[in-house]
Ligand binder design. Sequence first.
Ligand code: ZN
Length: 201
Amino acid sequence: MLLPDPLQKLISALERLPGIGPKSASRLAFFFLRAPDELSQELAEALSGLKSRTALCQECFNITMAGRTRCEICEDPRRDGGIICVVEESLDVLALERVGAYNGRFHVLHGVLSPIEGVGPEDIRIRSLLDRVSRGGVREIILATNPSMEGDATALYLQQQLRPHGVQITRLARGLPVGGDLEYADQSTLLKALSGRQEMG
Ligand SMILES: [Zn+2]
């Protein structure tokens, strides 16, 4: 045993984070060892409250504060409830909100269809989207899933499911890198993709 157990435990936990390899995990752990106590405490508190203090909006399934049934976007009367932009993750909402050019509402699927990984329509928030549209008042659905194989397949599936409802269905314009992530697209690319969205034929 080269490292004391508490240090090894932290390294093992950090290693499980996305994008963190064994080397960065060790580097981070040693950083905390030297850093002021407040930093560790702040991080520990933020982490432990993360799940208990947040919840999903019951309308669009975006992340919101615990205790709220609807998120700020769904409750904002200035937002156009007639347009729903369908995204894969809450981070995509954040990316589109940063652009500041969209005034409709959202629907977060929390994943994409992926037969290989065993993710079917019942595993993501598709039923609730169709329910929202059934309740009426929706004119347009923007399918803003990522321009990846799964994202395209999910958009196609949604288009088929939504077609009988008689709403306009658009897809973000290309220009987003194929295989890329909405979350990482720069603002001007995202703005172009949004304003150039095309009706799905
Ligand atoms: Zn919401």
